[in-house]
Ligand binder design. Sequence first.
Ligand SMILES: [Zn+2]
Length: 98
Amino acid sequence: MCDTCFSLENEWFTASGLGRVHSWTVCHHAFHRGFASLAPYVLLTVDLAEGVRMVAPMVVPDACRLAIGLPVILDYQDRHDDITVPRFRIHGEDDADG
Ligand SMILES: [Zn+2]
């Protein structure tokens, strides 16, 4: 939804995956049992370079390193043979847990 005019018109496009931290929360209770083994984990809200906002878990060894405006990049993790999930990591750092 457009946060200016509340329009529901949209179109698909390929995004770069680059963005900056808008905000985050540390989840101690997983919203789905598939994430229970990860708790506590960081759920990040990111302003993507293309101008849309996206929410996904984040690979971060220490939430104290997070800051508003921190550059991040989207990647993906295979959680199961049939399930791949998006997640963010700090841009320029390697994947912390595969
Ligand atoms: Zn609009």
